[in-house]
Write a protein that binds this ligand. Structure first.
Ligand SMILES: Cc1cc2nc3c(=O)[nH]c(=O)nc-3n(C[C@H](O)[C@H](O)[C@H](O)COP(=O)(O)OP(=O)(O)OC[C@H]3O[C@@H](n4cnc5c(N)ncnc54)[C@H](O)[C@@H]3O)c2cc1C
Length: 489
């Protein structure tokens, strides 16, 4: 039995703790906040409930596996409800497109917009299924610590033309500009600009089509609570409000984990769910770091920031879908402003979450609970969010009031927001980015922070900043990768 410290209780840290405990180790989680979940924290305001982060559950099998490791069945604790409409796109020209599991319904909508895109869509789906076979089935759960692994897969990645962006991949098959937007936004769900993110991430489309999209009844917060109970039932120790300040090292090992309250402890293995760049710049500030991590620290392209506006509504908007992607007037140019110029534009796009569409427990009777997520520049943009946030919130509500939520300016209540400043303060995320470093090709697989540190052999990484990357399936898979490195599976 080895002693394992897991630093951070996001989904990556939780999955690592469960996997390493199931292997018989003595596992302790240290989380700086007073609850688990990381970006999946929960807010409650006067009868309204809000998941702060992930709301879309894909690849649910990854969670079933975590319960099965202890001989338990997820369904005894949780209900993953399949959604029959996955995303409703609301375009700037006021047209809408429903993306979901009903293939016939989707194809007929495509046909009415652009008949030639029907065969194009089917060809695109086939191509993304091929990418899924490589990118998800072969690469996502596989360690990429060694350059040899990268070289082994490089011919496949080249054959798939992984150097293309997701947008150019989609544009090879789809002609209509609105459909091009609808089928290329997936990188934004993991922190990437569709115009620069490797087309390998087109696998997300195939992943959604293969397993569907689910909502965890009670919310993602309920999922965190049930995982927490699973861990406690099975002997994992959890420490809340435990902030790790730095690591002590000797030669090629982490010898101690030190906390901001001046305590320190020694472990056989340390698994970091903290952002890898936080590890390089803060936790190992006074220690040597590997060349690989030095390069990432210096040159990394970080994902965008997120502005998340939470609000309740005294009126119920029955016709609004569970997930709406509300597109602004510009697409490519807006993304350039956010990702390249770090400029906060006048226009924006919104992902609107309405959990009350599926689960009425999120709001008082006949009320709605919403969050509106808007991609914005990360803190490299130097925006002063404490000055901007009020006016920006009003602009978002106005835009929704004029389109899909008429009257929301008067019906909304209990309004509050999270800005990139909050992401930095709450999760200690460099530049307050929403998803750690961006998923471009030169920051994927071997190029991302390795799941086992190159220098300190008892230091491992899970979570969005390491391989395979952000998004709940990605971070849960990162724990599988660490397990397979330790146990040579
Ligand atoms: C608004 C939003 C919506 C999203 N929607 C979706 C979605 O619908 N579907 C999806 O699949 N993905 C979604 N994502 C992405 C997904 O939520 C994240 O990629 C994933 O949850 C990140 O998990 P993680 O393991 O990297 O840890 P994080 O959630 O980042 O947690 C890391 C934890 O480590 C703790 N920590 C950091 N430093 C220290 C330290 N020094 N000492 C102790 N503790 C520390 C932090 O407090 C935090 O709790 C969304 C993300 C956001 C922000």
């Amino acid at each position: 039995m080895k002693t394992v410290a897991v630093i951070g209780g996001g989904f990556g840290g939780i999955a690592a703790a469960i996997r390493l405990r199931a292997r018989g180790n003595k596992v302790t989680i240290y989380e700086r906040l007073d609850k688990l979940g990381g970006r999946a924290q929960v807010f409650q305001r006067n009868g309204y409930l809000h998941d702060a982060g992930p709301t879309v559950i894909t690849a649910p099998n990854l969670f079933y596996e975590l319960f099965e490791l202890f001989g338990e069945n997820l369904e005894d604790h949780l209900e993953f409800k399949p959604l029959d409409n996955w995303y409703r796109f609301h375009f700037n020209d006021q047209t809408q497109f429903d993306y979901g599991p009903d293939r016939e319904k989707m194809l007929s909508q495509i046909e009415s917009l652009s008949p030639e895109d029907v065969s194009g869509y089917l060809a695109m789906l086939k191509a993304s299924e091929e990418i899924f076979k490589l990118g998800y089935e072969k690469l996502a759960g596989h360690p990429f610590n060694r350059i040899a692994t990268m070289l082994r897969y490089a011919p496949d990645i080249l054959k798939m033309r992984g150097y293309r962006s997701v947008y150019s991949f989609v544009s090879e098959y789809i002609k209509h500009p609105n459909l091009r937007q609808a089928f290329s936004i997936q990188p934004l769900l993991v922190g990437g600009n569709p115009f620069t993110t490797s087309s390998i991430y087109s696998l997300i489309h195939a992943l959604e089509q293969k397993w569907g999209i689910f909502f965890c009844m009670g919310g993602t917060g309920k999922l965190v609570v049930e995982l927490e109970k699973l861990m406690l039932r099975n002997g994992i120790e959890i420490n809340y409000a435990s902030d790790v300040s730095h690591f002590s090292t000797s030669k090629k090992l982490i010898t101690k984990v030190n906390f901001t309250n001046n305590e320190s402890k020694a472990f056989d293995y340390v698994v970091s769910n903290a952002d890898p760049i936080q590890v390089s710049t803060e936790l190992l500030k006074n220690e040597k770091i590997s060349l690989h991590n030095r390069l990432i620290k210096k040159y990394a392209k970080h994902s965008m920031g997120l502005f998340v506006l939470f609000f309740g509504s005294k009126k119920c908007y029955e016709n609004v879908a569970h997930h709406t992607i509300w597109m602004g007037p510009r697409y490519k140019e807006l993304l350039e402003d956010i990702f390249d110029k770090y400029h906060l534009s006048e226009d924006f796009s919104i992902y609107l979450h309405r959990p009350t569409c599926t689960d009425k427990s999120f709001a008082p009777k006949n009320h709605d609970s919403f969050y509106a997520l808007v991609p914005v520049p990360n803190l490299k943009g130097d925006q002063n969010w404490s000055e901007l946030k009020e006016e920006f919130s009003k602009r978002i509500l106005n835009a929704l009031d004029k389109t899909i939520l008429p009257g929301i300016n008067v019906n909304s209540e209990e309004i509050f927001c999270m800005t990139p400043e909050d992401f930095k303060a709450d999760y200690r995320t460099p530049f307050g980015s929403g998803f750690s470093i961006a998923p471009i090709l030169t920051q994927s697989a071997w190029f991302r922070t390795h799941n086992q540190d190159d220098r300190y052999k008892n230091l491992f990484y899970v979570g969005a900043g390491t391989h395979p990357g952000a998004g709940v399936p990605g971070v849960i898979n990162s724990a599988k990768v660490v397990e397979s490195i330790l146990y040579d599976d």
